[in-house]
Write a protein that binds this ligand. Sequence first.
Ligand code: HEC
Length: 158
Amino acid sequence: MSNPRTLFAIAFAWMLTPIAAGGQASPPAAYRPGLGDLMTTTVQPRHLKVGLAGQEQNWPYVRYELHELEESLERVARQWPKWREVDIAGLVVGSTKEPMAAVDEAAKAGDNTRFTEAYGRLTAACNACHQSANVAMIVIQAPKGSPFTNQDFRPPRR
Ligand code: HEC
């Protein structure tokens, strides 16, 4: 034991013990994005893309992306059925279901005027919920130009 190399080895092993124990610690809690995180990362870009594709009259894509938006809102409702006493799950269905169906009908018919009207109502539904939830300072509008410069929203040419 008096061998200095042995003593050094014991001291070194002792120093490493907390690191080894840390490695065995329980994994961190699963990441749970906030309601505002989900709105910004999943709902807002899809609302925007539906609007841009509608302006380009790319109807198959409008219908595709509208469905994605619907799923995003469903996940929001599942993750945050209630937020600060606000009935998010109930409000999602109550406010967005009808205008989303109208946007889909307009896209199916390839009707530009009907699309613009229905998309305006969908956007108004976003804002109505923001008002009900006391976040009226969050104001959504139809997009003016694309931040997604790596995606072409026009109908593909064959
Ligand atoms: C059911 C109610 C509800 C609906 C419907 C809703 N929102 Fe929200 N939204 C909220 C609430 C509540 C917040 C604030 C969440 C927070 O601060 O964590 C929020 C936050 C946001 C934010 C984050 C603001 C920021 O700048 O950080 C964006 C963007 C947003 N919503 C976009 C939309 C869009 C686009 C739609 C419509 C397609 C929509 N929301 C529909 C309730 C709703």
